[in-house]
Write a protein that binds this ligand. Structure first.
Ligand code: T1G
Length: 684
């Protein structure tokens, strides 16, 4: 069965694509489109054409799985030129998400009609690319350079209504009558000269006001720092004003091929599939019966408990939040309302939506009010005895068949489960702070956690907008476990003479939003501090005793001004030097290269140990954790993909070179050593 079929509706030929799951523009689709247009042009009784898709969406782009493989004809660009060259009006009938090459198909059509719920976009930049089938040349000519810039350079899709307002969509049609409305619209255009996007002139705005390009760079520079594709996108849209259409398409191709050959796009395409793979659980049937989650309970209304609750409320799931004292309950629910109101102030929610979400919240001091919950998440103080006490109480109180989850960030979930008679219903749901914002969720699978419970929570994570990754029970799960060797090396490096601000600089240059010492200052140096200023056993103790507890006291490793701008401190440098002397550590010049190797290679090694022990399902899951939870730069694909890119042999050689400085606990992963020796990669 061809993925493309045609249907005659009197004098209108409808070309229909049915290539699940998202009508990706693979070779067969491209060939089918070319054949369909040829059929229309070859039959005089055909006066107009409609292109539409069956299934959940209009073409969602080129088939990303074809990238990096030998190209097969016809090329998308050629097919689109064929469509646009038609003298018979061609109408794109859009539903779902017309993205990338799909939006370019729509742009090659002479008209675009869309259902109200449709979205149109050019997200190629999120794959480290730019549109490669003349999208950067046709779009500005239809909507103007100013409107085209965010679509090409930031890559977020826009709703049909917005697309209509900028001239990208010609008519919004009935949500349930797309096929017939598109045919009617096409019939209305018969006999009129066809408008071709490549001949449009809306892009004059970029020529008349070239400042828009620098203004755009200035406005988005910080967010797009380190990525190659955005600047290429700006250059391509600018070229649309400066060059003829044909020359502009050549320029686009040049920029596109440059990016396609680069490491960033390979890394970002890896991430695209890694994010989708993370939600799949090896060895569990896709159609396993799930537990319906209609009501959620949360224990603890602190920062984490409040943030966790907001995820469910925002997804329309009622939450009952429990605290020990009324004052703590009022404070916690007050913070939740403030957070919602701030989001509304920023225009990302309506006042009505705030009331709707808060309306689903019940607060209580009584465990009995959690009895009919389908899932209860505990977010109390990180102490095993306290956790076990809470779980024992929940086990007594909450109905059988309900899931009991802990938000612990490092405690042993199996140990916690022993406090209940239903260990198969116990697992970890490790949210990241701020829990209502951070997308990452480590779903910690206990020894006895049932497949049904695990699958239910993975599905639920998607519903509340989280990117969930399955982790095994070990100290720090995936993320924090890999953070610890990095932190250990950061502390060792400053003992040996590296300036702490240089250590931070190395990670900033690598693409992290923050270095380890900036992070410590943000989190607070007194987390876990014994609060005895006379007991100085580490640089942290010394700084806390000097009341340098981080940003919150205006000083930590760095001094901070009112605007929270940081400045290295000579006092801190002196404290570190004194400490090193006391410990008999000789200080020396340390290169940026050594700093980077000693911070990142041990992390990769720890990732390999996690894989060896089966604490992560696949290497790409580790990449998803670090990109979404710890600011690892997306354009390198995550720690495991980055290691593949530089070569596992290089990582092993670096670890051996620094072996004596990696601490007595360091153990080289056999998996890493074997893969390096065999010239293999973590990610296939
Ligand atoms: N190619 C191949 N497979 C794709 C795909 C694509 N473009 N889009 C989705 N899939 C697979 C995906 O891997 C998953 O597979 C399944 O479809 C469902 O996806 C020349 C160069 C459309 C908004 O960047 O953003 O066009 O895991 O789980 O949450 O200029 O998929 O089930 O095996 O994401 O409902 C530009 C990418 C390409 C859009 C649907 N297009 N896709 O989201 O489902 S570059 C994109 C998405 C390009 C041209 C250039 C989303 C979606 P599996 P899903 P969803």
């Amino acid at each position: 069965m061809s993925v493309i079929t045609t249907e005659r509706h009197d004098d209108v030929l409808v070309i229909i694509s049915d290539n699940p799951p998202v009508n990706a523009l693979g070779q067969a689709v491209r060939q089918g489109l070319a054949d369909g247009i040829e059929e229309a042009l070859g039959d005089d009784s055909v006066k107009a054409v409609v292109i539409r898709c069956d299934g959940r969406t209009f073409f969602a782009g080129a088939d990303i799985t074809e990238f990096g493989k030998p190209p097969q004809g016809p090329g998308l660009g050629d097919v689109l030129d064929q469509i646009e060259a038609s003298d018979k009006p061609v109408v794109a009938a859009i539903h779902g998400t017309a993205l990338g090459g799909g939006c370019e198909v729509a742009l090659a059509c002479h008209y675009r009609v869309a259902v109200p719920s449709a979205k149109l976009g050019l997200p190629e930049v999120k794959l480290g690319l730019i549109p490669g089938a003349a999208g950067t040349q046709r779009l500005p000519r239809v909507v103007g350079a100013e409107a085209a810039l965010p679509m090409v350079v930031v890559g977020n899709p826009i709703p049909a209504k917005k697309a209509e307002s900028i001239g990208l969509v010609d008519r919004i049609v009935g949500e349930d009558s797309l096929a017939e409305d598109a045919i009617a619209f096409a019939r209305e255009q018969i006999g009129k000269p066809v408008p071709r996007a490549s001949e449009g002139t809306a892009n004059r705005d970029g020529v008349e006001n070239p400042a828009i390009f620098d203004e755009f760079r200035a406005k988005h520079g910080r967010k797009l720092r380190g990525f190659d594709a955005p600047e290429a996108g700006i250059q391509a849209v600018k070229a649309a004003g400066e060059l003829s259409y044909e020359e502009g398409v050549k320029k686009e191709r040049e920029l596109f091929m440059g990016l396609m050959a680069g490491t960033q796009s390979a890394a970002m395409r890896h991430y695209f599939f890694a994010e989708r793979a993370a939600n799949k659980i090896e060895g569990i049937a896709k159609d396993i019966e799930l537990i319906p989650i209609k009501k959620v309970g949360v224990i603890g209304a602190g920062t984490m408990g409040g943030g966790i609750s907001m995820n469910f409320l925002s997804a329309g799931i009622p939450v009952t939040i429990l605290e020990m004292e009324q004052e703590a309950l009022d404070r916690g629910t007050g913070v939740m309302r403030k957070n919602y109101e701030r989001t509304a102030l920023r225009g990302r929610m309506t006042g009505e939506q705030v009331e709707q979400a808060m309306g689903l919240l019940t607060s209580t001091l009584d465990y009995a009010d959690l009895a009919d919950c389908d899932l209860v998440i505990e977010a109390v103080f990180e102490n095993m005895d306290v956790k076990k006490e809470v779980f024992a109480k929940l086990d007594e109180t909450v109905k059988q068949g309900a899931i009991l989850a802990s938000n612990t960030s490092y405690l042993n979930v199996d140990e916690i489960a022993t406090a209940t008679n239903r260990p198969e219903y116990v697992l970890g749901l490790h949210f990241f702070s701020p829990a209502n914002i951070m997308k990452l969720l480590e779903v910690v699978r206990g020894d006895k956690t049932s497949d049904q419970v695990l699958a239910t929570c993975m599905k639920l994570a998607k519903k509340i907008g989280k990117i969930a990754v399955v982790a095994g029970v070990c100290d720090g799960f995936i993320g924090n476990r890999m953070l610890s060797p990095r932190q250990q090396q950061a502390n060792a490096l400053i003992m040996e003479g590296a300036n702490y601000w240089e250590v931070d600089e190395v990670l900033l240059d690598f693409g992290f939003p923050m270095g380890p010492f900036q992070m410590s200052d943000l989190a607070g140096l007194d987390i876990g501090w014994h609060r005895d200023p006379s007991r100085i056993e580490s640089v942290r103790d010394a700084l806390c005793a000097m009341d340098r507890r981080g940003q919150k006291t205006g000083a930590g490793f760095y001094d901070y001004d009112e605007a929270r701008q940081r400045t290295p401190s000579d006092d801190v440098k002196k404290v570190i030097a004194e400490f090193a002397e006391k410990q008999g550590v000789e200080q020396r010049e340390i290169s940026k290269e050594e700093i980077q190797e000693r911070l990142l290679y041990p992390m990769v090694n720890e990732g390999a140990l996690i894989l060896e022990e089966g604490m992560a399902q696949r290497a790409s899951d580790i990449d998803v954790v670090w990109i979404n939870g710890y600011g690892w730069p997306l354009y390198t694909g995550g720690p495991m993909f980055w290691a593949d890119t530089i070569g596992l042999g290089t990582v092993v050689a670096g670890l051996e070179k620094h072996r004596e400085r990696l601490g007595e606990k360091f153990k080289l992963s056999q998996l890493l050593a074997d893969k390096a020796a065999a010239g293999e990669r973590f990610n296939g």
